[in-house]
Design a protein around this ligand. Structure first.
Ligand SMILES: O=C(O)COP(=O)(O)O
Ligand SMILES: [Mg+2]
Length: 226
């Protein structure tokens, strides 16, 4: 029973998004797309386009990019293969952990909460990035966009992650940076925290309904868990 109806349950576990929430990976996406487009003899795309398009997985980014530069959709398979090759090399080089993330994760772990990463990035580069940035030790589970039949904003990956964590969705908080995380969390029944510093397709994340909006991850742990 929720002792405060209308208030979300105190977290028993947390699910965290990766890109735009834990790590600022925009520079990696820009570099990898640049290399891919050069290999294909296609024109470059600008930073704003990349920032507004990331969040729904690499396949979607590559598809949207081909459309944006006026390339044939049939180029997708080649472009996706090149993109993945370049991503494996570049991964983390132009990326940095956001301020407050390590402190926030330490606070959540100190409370004994199991933590999972759930991202639309494929699982292999996700695990590698967490390792390269020294974040891998915080998580009991790491799931990527290719681990389940559907990606966020579908609720399926969140429900599967709750199952793996062994906690009910109503007490499993989702922390993310975009409306994909928000739609998935609302549909799954997970309380939602949105960080204000990530990527939300160029739209103001404060307009998206959430239990909390925070400017740093350690603000979430400070206000909700003590
Ligand atoms: O790969 C992406 O599009 C980013 O995904 P994420 O925000 O779910 O981590
Ligand atoms: Mg994100």
């Amino acid at each position: 029973m929720n002792p405060n109806p209308g208030q979300p349950l105190r977290p028993q576990a947390c699910i965290l998004d990766l890109d735009g929430t834990l790590v600022d990976t925009l520079g990696d996406f820009i570099a990898v797309l640049g290399l891919t487009l050069t290999d294909l003899g296609l024109p470059a795309v600008n930073r704003e386009f990349v920032e507004h398009t990331i969040g729904r997985g690499g396949e979607n980014l590559v598809r949207q990019t081909l459309a944006h530069v006026g390339a044939e959709p049939a180029l997708f398979d080649r472009a996706w293969a090149l993109y993945q090759q370049h991503y494996a090399t570049v991964n983390g080089e132009h990326a940095s952990v956001y301020p407050g993330v390590v402190e926030g994760l330490e606070a959540l772990c100190a409370l004994g909460l199991p933590l999972a990463v759930l991202t639309n990035k494929p699982a292999a580069p996700t695990r590698e990035l967490l390792k390269r940035k020294g974040l891998d030790g915080f998580f009991t589970h790491v799931f990527g966009g290719d681990d389940f039949a559907r990606k966020k904003p579908d609720p399926l990956p969140l429900l599967k992650t709750c199952e793996a964590l062994g906690t009910p969705p109503s007490a499993t908080w989702m922390v993310g940076d975009s409306r994909n995380d928000a739609e998935a969390a609302h549909a799954a029944g997970c309380p939602l925290v949105l960080v204000t510093y990530g990527y939300n397709h160029g739209e103001d994340i404060r307009a998206v309904k959430a239990a909390r909006h925070v400017d740093r991850l350690d603000q979430f742990s400070a206000c909700d868990l003590s």
